[in-house]
Design a protein around this ligand. Structure first.
Ligand code: FAD
Length: 499
């Protein structure tokens, strides 16, 4: 028997590690059956949030159902994996513990502890590359260094051959549910069994059991079936206009796959293979000439995910430190009142407020708006990007250390942005360009519903009386964008030692 340890790969299909553990579709490998376990690690829970715990539990419930459909079940344990896994391997008489690699710094530290514990217990172990299409070490510059500029990375990424999706295990590859129950129940074992208390078969805790509350946000569906439904709906039509429409938040033109990818409810090989099929269709006469570019733009987003994963892998310190350092350091203003208004979505800049409220309501925010609110926090409020990162980390269902950190540092000009420091978004022109009819704004900012879009996009220029007449409940801008823009330029100049 094998023991497969699930982490950020809550699926049975297209999993390199699970396919290896069960022997499914792996030539020359005679393995299995496998038992699957998820371990609630108190150290990981220390960094979690209400939103993410709810989303994780939903994903685990879907995963457990996928195992049950195959006559097996999901073991659920609590404790330090370095203690739980050797004990469980012993209780199950498992030959080996198998898992898919996680590339963030904390996960790598944890995995090193698990490796040591399994070695000490004389249990074999095997870790697989699975989470992204190309191993973080696979794509390097010609000089052998990791890439820090996306456009160059993308060129190599897109030219590389991609692996096929892995088949899902059948019932034969998995330990039968009754056998699992007997194996983890010490009373049922003639020899008394190893101590595996706090391991349950398919019994998931509630958020409260783990010390969390039910979040206020409406969190979307979870699990592989929902992810596949979403991907196929997106690839049916929206992908063929993706590049043209992806920046307009009211159009809902993106895939909304991010939380599914974050929790690994859909494998990236499967997702990419589906885009490759869409690419063949895009090249057919039935589609407009620019359809292939539209599909490629979507593949580019999958590549951004891989780019940031390798940035984090090679630079684990970026979780708390600037990727790009400034000689003198940046002197952030960090005004608590302004940061609080940004978090509440009460800055008086309509597109910013709409985004911050979408985040609270849906545990999601559209990508263009994430860029706008991040620029606003760092370059209008002159607040350290870490305040924004922490807030996103708490409220996003799709929070992914690599992508979230990459996005924030890009916006703060401390990251991998190839542009110099003066990329500063104007929140009013961004709103006007990408939400011209103020539909997205009206959806999330009820105080502005029914107000003419022109007035909304001129909010910063209106007199107090005009504002009071148009939308008495909505605040005046808390800062003057033009003034703050100058201050931001001066702040970065000082940081570069150019003062
Ligand atoms: P689509 O446009 O349909 O893209 C498909 C997939 O590609 C996404 O699901 C995601 O996995 C990946 N992707 C798309 N854009 C990016 C990007 N810029 N960087 C990395 N991967 C990308 N994405 C997260 O997954 N988790 C985060 O915590 C996160 N935080 C962000 C913070 C900031 C400040 C910014 C500017 C961006 C952040 N992003 C994050 C990237 C991006 O905003 C989201 O991936 C995207 O909005 C998710 O919506 P979607 O699935 O409809 O995307």
């Amino acid at each position: 028997m094998e023991l497969f340890w699930h982490r950020r790969d809550l699926r049975v299909a297209d999993s390199v590690g699970l396919a290896a553990a069960t022997g499914t579709g792996v030539e020359g490998v005679d393995r299995g059956p496998a038992a699957a376990v998820f371990v609630f690690d108190p150290d990981v829970l220390d960094h979690a949030s209400d939103v993410r715990v709810r989303r994780l539990l939903d994903g685990l419930a879907a995963l457990r159902d996928d195992y049950r459909e195959r006559g097996s079940d999901l073991l659920v344990a609590r404790g330090d994996p370095a203690t739980v896994l050797p004990r469980l391997a012993d209780a199950l008489d498992a030959e080996r513990v198998v898992w898919n690699r996680d590339y963030s710094g904390l996960a790598r530290e944890r995995d090193a502890g698990v490796r040591r514990a399994l070695d000490a217990a004389d249990v074999e172990r095997e870790a697989h590359h699975d989470a992204i299409l190309h191993d973080p070490d696979a794509i390097r510059t010609n000089a052998g260094d990791p890439y820090s500029v996306y456009s160059y990375y993308w060129k190599k990424w897109t030219d590389r051959a991609k692996d096929d999706p892995r088949p899902a295990p059948t019932a034969e590859g998995l330990v039968d549910a009754d056998a699992l129950a007997a194996a983890v129940d010490p009373d049922a074992r003639a020899d008394g069994g190893a101590s595996v208390e706090r391991v349950a078969v398919g019994d998931l805790p509630t958020p409260a059991d783990l010390g969390f509350a039910e979040p206020d946000a409406e969190i979307g569906p979870a699990g592989t079936a929902a992810a596949r439904e979403r991907l196929s709906a997106f690839l049916d039509e929206a992908v063929f206009t993706y590049e043209a429409e992806r920046d307009y938040p009211a159009k809902g033109a993106t895939s909304r796959l991010s939380a599914f990818l974050k929790y690994g409810e859909i494998g990236v090989r499967e997702a990419y293979a589906a885009t490759a099929e869409a690419m063949s269709e895009a090249a057919s006469d039935a589609r407009p000439d620019d359809a292939p570019e539209q599909v490629e733009e979507f593949q580019q987003q999958l590549a951004w995910r891989e780019f940031y994963t390798q940035v984090l892998f090679h630079n684990p310190e970026v979780v708390t430190e600037n990727f790009k350092t400034y000689e003198e350091g940046i002197e952030w203003r960090d005004d608590p009142g302004e940061i609080a208004a940004w978090k509440r979505g009460e800055t008086g800049y309509p597109i910013v407020d709409a985004g911050m409220r979408q985040l609270r309501e849906e545990a999601f925010m559209h990508n263009r708006v994430r860029m706008i609110v991040a620029s606003f926090l760092t370059k209008d409020l002159l607040a350290d990007w870490r305040h924004g990162y922490d807030h996103f980390r708490e409220h996003l269902a799709d929070h992914d250390t690599a992508n979230d950190n990459g996005g924030w540092q890009w916006a703060a000009s401390t990251g991998t942005d190839a542009q110099p420091y003066f990329r500063i978004f104007n929140p009013m022109t961004q709103g006007e360009r990408y939400d011209p009819d103020a539909e997205y704004i009206a959806e999330y900012v009820p105080e502005l519903r029914g107000v003419d879009a022109d007035l909304i996009h001129e909010w910063h220029e209106l007199s107090p009386t005009q504002r009071a007449n148009a939308a008495p409940e909505y605040p005046a801008p808390i800062v003057d964008h033009s003034e703050r823009r100058e201050e931001a330029l001066a702040m970065y100049k000082r940081a570069r030692g150019e003062d």
